[in-house]
Design a protein around this ligand. Structure first.
Ligand code: FAD
Length: 374
């Protein structure tokens, strides 16, 4: 069987991965020379901790297994089972963590509540005096997003059944299971999967005009090396606001008990932080939902996040070297893990995994492969 995958982000690359694993031939078409969308701009967090119970958690846990197995075969993607600490600084935050740790699925996530001392033992870089404790999630992990797709691509090329066509935009579905690119070339296959991320106009709009998917823009930054290990990924308690696992009375009480600083509230900021292979810190993020999005990055949320990090580390932030923004596609029904739609005979669109796309993509692609009978 011959499969065409359009889009070389993590969703497309994982579809190519499963097709090659099952013995098929893949033609992978990407508009840019290499992936350039959300997949190379994200934290690289394989983030199980905040997932809604049920399908979302099951998908994330399955994906976590697949990432680990793939990481063993592709060391270049930088998989590490580093876990995460969501750091708690007051009793209202502690109550949200306690409610999470009492969930029936807490063991599956590897949740544990840590005291301040245990938090510092788990991650000695967290020297800030405000640290009261943390919610540990043992299942959380990380990869290196800027290189992961290319590392996977190099492995796929070894199969001899994988062709990567960069610098070609797919413009048209020309008939059954055939696409035309902007060089005028037509590519035919037994199945076509469009993994075009947050590019919802043009081709995608023609094929699926009423797509139940929206775009979300985030701001990010990266520092110089920290000079010591950040042994786990780190989140602040504002992150509880953005993940369904924490919804409930304790979170409502936390939100009522304390006002967020204006910059955090206005830009819907939460702290997520992970150490890169070079020792630098990737720090974010913000959430902007209303298009047209700003074309510039703004300083206020960065200042807020830098202050939060300095409070947790008990030291100044290393120099910030890079700031950028990224956009992901998210199902408007945020309980849906992904939007998978047959848009023509033999042509499928897979988009909208939202802020969990890096985490869930191996399992999302596995499900497509199973459903299409690859
Ligand atoms: C700042 C940021 C941080 C995030 N952090 C995390 C995280 O830590 N963990 C997590 O789980 N998720 C995270 N996410 C979400 C995650 O990054 C996305 O859900 C995921 O990367 C989406 O992958 P994708 O392959 O669908 O899209 P993309 O990575 O955007 O890839 C789509 C690709 O398709 C190509 N393309 C589009 N149209 C065409 C066409 N017509 N022809 C050819 N090629 C085309 C594009 O050039 C692009 O390379 C984050 C997102 C952002 C923006």
């Amino acid at each position: 069987m011959r499969v065409i995958v359009v889009g070389a982000g993590v969703v497309g690359t994982m579809h190519a991965w499963h097709a090659i694993e099952r013995g098929h031939e893949v033609v992978h078409i990407e508009r840019e020379a290499e992936a350039r969308g959300a997949s190379v701009r994200n934290f690289g967090l394989v983030w199980v901790s905040g997932r809604a119970g049920g399908e979302e958690l099951d998908t994330a846990l399955r994906a976590r297994e697949l990432w680990e197995a793939i990481g063993e075969r592709v060391p270049g993607l930088g998989f590490r089972a580093n876990g995460s600490l969501t750091v708690l600084t007051d009793p209202a935050e502690l109550a949200v963590a306690e409610a999470a740790a009492a969930r029936p699925d807490a063991a599956a996530r590897g949740y544990a509540l840590l005291t301040a001392e245990e938090t510092r033992a788990a991650n000695p870089a967290l020297r800030g005096s405000a640290v009261l404790g943390a919610l540990h999630c043992e299942r959380d992990a990380a990869v290196e997003p800027r290189v992961a797709q290319r590392a996977l691509k190099d492995k796929l090329l070894e199969s001899g059944r994988y062709t990567f066509l960069g610098g070609r935009e797919v413009r048209e579905i020309t008939g059954e299971r055939a696409v035309r690119d902007d060089h005028g070339d037509v590519h035919t296959a037994d199945a076509v999967v469009l993994c075009t991320g947050a590019w919802l106009g043009g081709l995608v709009k023609e094929l699926a005009p009423d797509l139940p998917v929206r775009r979300v823009r985030l701001q990010m930054m990266q520092t110089d090396p920290l000079g010591e290990a950040l042994t786990t990924s780190v989140a602040d308690a504002d992150s509880f606001r953005y993940y369904p696992a924490y919804a409930g009375g304790a979170l409502d009480a936390m939100a009522a008990a304390r006002q967020q600083p204006p910059a955090a509230a206005e830009h819907r900021a939460q702290l997520l932080m992970v150490q890169r292979a070079d020792g630098g810190l990737t720090i974010g993020d913000t959430h902007e939902y209303d298009a047209p999005f700003d074309f510039d990055v703004v300083e206020d949320p960065y200042e807020h996040l830098a202050g939060v990090v300095e409070g947790l580390l008990g030291r100044p932030l290393p120099t910030v070297r890079r700031r950028w923004a990224g956009v992901y596609a998210q199902c408007t029904d945020t309980a849906r893990v992904v939007h998978r739609q047959r848009v023509r005979d033999g042509v499928w669109l897979v988009t909208g995994p939202g802020g969990r796309g890096m985490t869930c993509s191996p399992a999302i692609a596995e499900r497509t492969a199973n459903e299409l009978g690859w």
